[in-house]
Design a protein around this ligand. Sequence first.
Ligand SMILES: Nc1ncnc2c1ncn2[C@@H]1O[C@H](COP(=O)(O)OP(=O)(O)OP(=O)(O)O)[C@@H](O)[C@H]1O
Ligand SMILES: [Mg+2]
Length: 249
Amino acid sequence: MLNEKFRILELTKKPLITISNVTYATNGIKILEDINFEINQGCYLGIIGPNGAGKTTLLRLILGIIKPNLGEIRIQGLAPDEYLNREPIGYLPQRISQTIYEMPITVEELVRSGIDKYSRDTVDWAIDLFKISSLRKKSLKELSGGERQKAFLARALVAKPRILLLDEPTTGIDPNARDDLLEILEKLNKEFGVSILVVTHDIATFAHESKCILCLNKRMVCLGEPQRILKEEYMKLLYPTHTVFPHRL
Ligand SMILES: Nc1ncnc2c1ncn2[C@@H]1O[C@H](COP(=O)(O)OP(=O)(O)OP(=O)(O)O)[C@@H](O)[C@H]1O
Ligand SMILES: [Mg+2]
């Protein structure tokens, strides 16, 4: 099902994304402060934290959509813009503007817009991956919320990126679609070495799926393997009034 192009010969321990002393502020308000971490190629990182913690902002910084006020971000040694000139990064945004939904664009056209060079086979592959081939001629405004989410996931993957940034990918999709998505992500990560960063509130699920968890609350609260991180002492720092942690560990 997944194309050979994803396969890399050797899973390396090379640094992939380096975030050094990054602070981001807007209108004089600090949104992220002193963020420092490095992740290796082949990572599967879950990023968690309360609403407003700066998770989406962090992904937008990695994509070069916004620039840090202090510090720097390097992807394989390059600034995000330089990296993106050479290699695609798959991105599922958290919020997709209402105007896009209302444009007369079909699922097929949306998925096509994720690659520079059109290939019918590749578009079919991405559409089939999310089992939405029956929707390919439908326009976005005719889709349900979950169907749209699948179309945008197909768009994020169609360029066969080595890096995939997903912002709350399981929101709004049914349990079957969620299982399919998790299976696809696991396969991409394990067999094809795709590096995955997932922002999520679905902590129980990604505690099992991801290899590493970053807890963010404007600053880095902690970073490490799920078993080490998802403990009540840390969770209390993120969600002080929530009492059912740790999840199924
Ligand atoms: N363009 C902007 N202008 C001003 N403030 C912003 C902007 N974008 C984000 N913020 C603020 O930055 C903070 C972090 O936002 P961000 O979207 O990164 O949070 P998040 O962790 O993704 O939250 P959620 O779980 O709700 O998606 C919030 O307080 C938000 O109001
Ligand atoms: Mg967000």
